[in-house]
Design a protein around this ligand. Structure first.
Ligand code: FES
Ligand code: FES
Length: 191
């Protein structure tokens, strides 16, 4: 970590605990945790943003996907020390006005089954559409290949992404939205 980065955030070491400052859903926040705490647990346990899910814990399933500086990233395997001063967007923060077009498309196609993987699926879909406004089936499959769904909702996910692309996906908003976003993503997960 360079001197410039140190100017972006404050890190106070006290008995192995570090105060890390970062931006989550457009808000400056501080997390008091060990350097190697996975971002996922900082989000869920410290910031109470429970829309992001734990699946494998090994960057293999995509359930924990968030955006880090706009890139879809597995938060279960990213230590806090790697995200200090960076811009994090979670499922709760993708729309400031309520439902994101991708979430609306998810509802239209009734995508979720158990719902557990869907927060990560939506975050990957939003990231895809932010870069590619009209993805092909092959491009969707490639972009979503790291997000597993044990319920096999892949066909509905693909259809919903096409629908969201047709309606205009909007962009990831930096301001935190109401928890309705998380509720939609997790409506059947019960977690
Ligand atoms: S929980 Fe992070 S990739 Fe599976
Ligand atoms: S809806 Fe994807 S794991 Fe159940």
């Amino acid at each position: 970590m360079g001197v410039n980065s140190m100017n972006l955030f404050l890190r106070l070491h006290t008995g192995g605990i570090t105060l890390v400052k970062l931006t989550v859903n457009g808000k400056a926040v501080s997390v008091d945790a060990a350097d190697d705490t996975p971002l996922l647990w900082a989000l869920r346990d410290h910031l109470k943003l429970n829309g992001t899910k734990f699946g494998c814990g090994a960057a293999l399933c995509g359930a924990c996907t968030v955006h880090v500086d706009g890139e879809p990233t597995r938060s279960c395997s990213l230590p806090l020390s790697a995200v200090a001063g960076r811009r994090i967007t979670t499922i709760e923060g993708i729309s400031a006005k309520g439902l994101h077009p991708v979430q609306r498309a998810w509802i239209e196609h009734d995508v979720p089954q158990c719902g557990y993987c869907q927060s990560g699926q939506i975050m990957s879909a939003v990231a895809l559409l932010n870069k590619n406004k009209k993805p092909t089936d092959a491009e969707i499959d490639a972009a979503m290949s790291g997000n597993l769904c044990r319920c096999g909702t892949y066909q509905r996910i693909r259809a919903a992404i096409h629908t969201a692309a047709g309606k205009g996906k909007g962009s990831s908003n930096s301001k935190a939205s109401a928890m309705t976003n998380a509720n939609v993503s997790t409506k059947k997960s019960g977690t």
